[in-house]
Design a protein around this ligand. Structure first.
Ligand SMILES: [Zn+2]
Length: 166
């Protein structure tokens, strides 16, 4: 049976003291990924509570369901974000360039790229790690919050329930 935590894991010390690990998953996925990698490298046979909750979050991220409906077909939930740009000069990441998986919708956004090569990114919080610079990461997080209906105050409970309910 797979593990389901019954309460958010709260950091007791360090830079994120008082924050829940699920809040970090939403507001700073690259940090969560780093923690997860480090905790796996330590290779302790007995997993602590943080380790178990990180594992759970990593699995749950892909299962969360976008609330925003595809602006192109106005039928299916958003699944992809079309971005233009590069690591050096940054990316344009905006609400006007999101769509579902439907081929026609993807083609519409490719058309809007006007001959430039756009890149489709899966609209979930783990995709924040694709971007190198903080400005792009911040833009991506803000857009994902809109897509998932997570705007406004993100309490520990709200962040935890988001992953719990998916
Ligand atoms: Zn669509």
């Amino acid at each position: 049976m797979s593990f389901i935590p019954n309460e958010p894991y709260i950091f007791q010390s360090g830079k994120n003291q008082g924050k829940a690990v699920s809040q970090v998953a939403i507001n700073n996925f690259p940090l969560l990924k780093h923690m997860y990698r480090r905790i796996n490298e330590t290779g302790s046979s007995k997993k602590n509570r943080l380790h178990v909750q990180l594992e759970w979050l990593m699995k749950r991220i892909a299962k969360t369901k976008p609330k925003m409906i595809c602006p192109v077909c106005k039928r299916n939930p958003v699944k992809l974000i079309s971005v233009l740009g590069n690591d050096r000069y940054g990316y344009s990441i905006s609400e006007g360039f999101v769509c579902c998986e439907d081929k026609k919708c993807r083609e519409r956004l490719e058309g809007l790229a006007l001959g430039r090569n756009n890149r489709f990114i899966i609209a979930d919080f783990s995709s924040v790690s694709i971007f190198r610079n903080k400005t792009d990461q911040r833009r991506m997080i803000n857009l994902l919050k809109k897509i998932y209906g997570l705007e406004g105050k993100l309490t520990k409970e709200r962040a935890f329930n988001f992953f719990l309910e998916g």
